[in-house]
Design a binder for this molecule. Structure first.
Ligand code: FMN
Length: 395
């Protein structure tokens, strides 16, 4: 029998599904509800010193939808509005009621040693399991010299990590920004400064769109907009790439984040190096109740593969990553047309011709593949409206 239990730096997770630092973890009552529903843990909405000003804009969200489904969310939200004391009381309450749930305090302070150390020392004395350092919020906070302003500089990231490690009595994960040229450079800087692990990724700096009547970008805050942070299923490929790059260069634990919406996404994150995953946008779109399908789906997948726990998935995809130069370019795949599904619309013929190769023709009511002209790029299989094309190696 497989289990969903997993352990990271001695912290025991009932299951590998953790709420990410965001609105679903902004109130103690909400976290209480999420724990009761089965979430393995929560990273609290980022806590700051009480005197750090936090004035929110309205509206603070914009979405990119496809077929009515939210694919991407942009937000310009700031950090927690609870006081440090409210969090301390909340942690005590949650620990008593849900002793086995993992509680992680996400923290951020101005770039002043005493401020960071004071915040860490305050939570050392609480019953949290770990710290997450928010070096990666891409909006609002960088203007104050924090958030992504820290996480885009290896020097400042390392300096603050050292300050924190001098006093932290719990494991420390650094939450990294994808808004950098080389995430590995920042990851190595904080690892060398003593960090215990990573959380990746935070949101991607974005602009959702422009209203073509008023010329105001979105989200429109009384006629003005600012760049926000992009999240949700659209960002998963970027999150996976970032986690894989960190894993290729470090053995430290990784809390994988970015566009996880189902157990499948979570398993993929584990395959590229994540120990557990965090989820935000999918919960904001569909609620805490998704935890049942996440737990059930991952467990039955593990059993179907004969794995005992999520830990057995970890890093399985890493050895299959290489440089472009090292890819085996001798063998090609060719389109295989399922004539029962094909509606002979000719889209694949047009696209193949207009995107370089003219390997497909519609002749005698059938799509004919010219294997000599075909370069095996696979574009036809992706644009077919009926999924009638699969790519196969030549016999
Ligand atoms: C509305 C909103 C608020 C967020 N607030 C925080 C925050 O306070 N601290 C933080 O570290 N990350 C914050 N995040 C980032 C998420 O924790 C997460 O890294 C990101 O959304 C990617 O995960 P997802 O695709 O599952 O949403 C926020 C994200 C959203 C959408």
């Amino acid at each position: 029998m497989a289990t969903l239990k997993t352990s990271v730096l001695g912290i025991e997770f009932e299951n590998p599904f953790i709420l990410a630092s965001a609105p679903p973890t902004a109130k103690i009552e909400s976290i209480d509800k999420a724990f009761a529903l089965g979430w393995g843990g929560a990273v609290f909405k980022t806590i700051t010193p009480d005197d750090l000003e936090m004035i929110e804009a309205s509206p603070r969200y914009a979405t990119w939808k496809s077929g009515g489904k939210v694919c991407g969310l942009e937000n310009i939200e700031l950090l927690s509005h609870l006081t440090v004391q409210q969090w301390l009381d909340g942690i005590k309450y949650l620990r008593k009621k849900h002793p086995k749930k993992v509680q992680i305090a996400s923290i951020m302070a101005p770039v002043i040693k005493e401020e960071w150390q004071k915040l860490v020392q305050t939570f050392n004395n609480s019953e949290i399991d770990a710290f997450e350092l928010n070096f990666s919020c891409p909006h609002g906070m960088p203007e104050k010299g924090v958030g992504m302003a820290i996480g885009t500089s290896p020097e400042i990231s390392a300096m603050i990590t050292k300050w924190v490690m001098e006093v932290a009595e719990k494991p420390v994960f650094v939450k990294l920004s994808p808004n950098v040229t080389n995430i590995v450079e920042i990851a190595k800087a904080v690892e060398n400064a003593g960090a215990d692990g990573f959380a990746a990724i935070n949101t991607i700096q974005s602009m959702m769109g422009v209203d073509l009547d008023t010329f105001e970008p979105m989200p429109n805050v009384n006629g003005k907009a600012t760049f926000g942070g992009y999240s949700g299923i659209a960002v998963k490929p970027i999150g996976l790439r970032c986690v894989a790059q960190i894993r290729q260069n470090s053995d430290l634990p990784i809390l994988g984040i970015g566009g996880v919406s189902n157990w499948h996404d979570a398993a993929e994150y584990m395959c590229v190096g994540a120990d557990v995953v965090q989820i935000c946008t999918e919960v904001m779109v569909n609620g805490y109740g998704i935890i049942n399908a996440l737990n059930k789906g991952l467990l039955s997948y593990l059993e179907s593969k004969g794995f005992n726990s999520p830990a057995e998935l970890k890093n399985r995809a890493i050895s299959h990553l290489s440089s472009h130069k090292e890819l085996n370019k001798q063998k090609k795949v060719y389109p295989n047309i399922n004539n029962d599904l094909c509606i002979k619309c000719g889209k694949c013929v047009t696209i193949c011709e207009e995107s370089e190769h003219s390997a497909l023709t519609l002749s005698g009511g059938q799509i004919i593949v010219d294997n000599e002209a075909c370069i095996g790029c696979s574009l036809c299989s992706h644009i077919c409206p009926k999924s009638a094309i699969t790519m196969k190696h030549a016999e």
